[in-house]
Design a protein around this ligand. Sequence first.
Ligand SMILES: [Zn+2]
Length: 322
Amino acid sequence: MLSRRGLLAPTCGLTLAALALTGCAGPEGSDGRLSVSASFYPLQFVAQEVGGDRVDVSSLTPPGAEPHDLELSPSQVSSLRSADLVVYLSGFQPSVDEAVESAGPAHVVDAADATTLVPFSEENVEEVDEHGHEAHAGEDEHDHAHDGHDHGDLDPHFWLDPTLLAPVAQAVAAQLSELDPDGAAEFEANAAALASRLGELDTAFEEGLAACERRVFVTTHTAFGYLADRYGLEEVGISGVDPEAEPSPARLVEIHDVVEREGVTTIFFEALVSPKVAQTLATDLGIESAVLDPLEGVSGSQTYFSVAEDNLQALQTALGCS
Ligand SMILES: [Zn+2]
C-alpha cells in the first residue's frame, strides 16, 4: 500500500544542503524527531510520555482552552497532513474528526479504538429526561459531536479512569515503533512505565475512596462517569455533558433534592469553565464549591498526575473519606 509519506517525498529531494537541513533521509522532522499531533491534553500527555526525546508533540487544543467545542484553523488542519502521527479521540471533538478525515494522515491512533468506551451513566441520562429536556445527556452533544460516525452516545471522558489510559499508551508505542523502529524498545519501555504509574494512581484512588461517608458527588460538567464507575461512586451532573450549558430550573430543583437527600457537602466545578453556576448553587444550598478537574486541559506546571492527585484529595474531602 502506497503511504502518504511516499507521496510527499519529492518535497525532500531538492539539494544536498536541503537534505542535510531537513533530515529527509528518514521519517523524522527537521530536528530528527517524529512529529506527533495530539488533539487534546491527556492524549498529548500520553504521546509525550511514550515518545520521550524521540518525538515532538503538539496539541490541537491550546493550553487553557475547553476542548469540546474546539475550532481548527486551516493551518492546523493541514498540519495533520504533515504530522508523522495523529492521536485523537473520535466522537469527542467534531472539528478534529472532520480534519482527520479530510487530511487522511498515514499514522493515526484513535483512542476510541485503543481503549474501551461505555455509554453515559443511565442515572444521569434518566434524570435529565425526567425533566423534559429535548435530548438526554448523551444526545446533548449530538448536534455537534456525533454527526456522521458510529460512537453514538458513548461517554468520551475515559482518561479519568487511569486504567483506561494505559491501552492508549500501548497503541501509541506501536505506531511510533512502526515509524521509528530504532526507538521501538524505548517506546515499549516508556509505555510500560506509564502503565505502571497509572496502575499506582488507580491503587491510590481505590484505597483513598474505599471508606467514605458519602458516595454521591455533584459536578457541573458530567465528565466523571468513568471515575465514578471505577471507584464505586455516583456522579450527579448538573448540566449534562456540555460544560457550558445552563441547567434548567427543574434540574436545579432536582440537584437541590439530591444534595439534601445524600448530605452532599460540595458542588464541583471545573477549572476551564466559569464557576458561576456551581458557586451560585452552592451558596443557595449553603454548601461548598470546589474544583474537580476533568483533565481536558492543564495550566502552568500541572500534569495528568498532579491534577489527578488534586482530584483525589478534593473527592476525599467532599465525601468524608478516612
Ligand atoms: Zn468533557
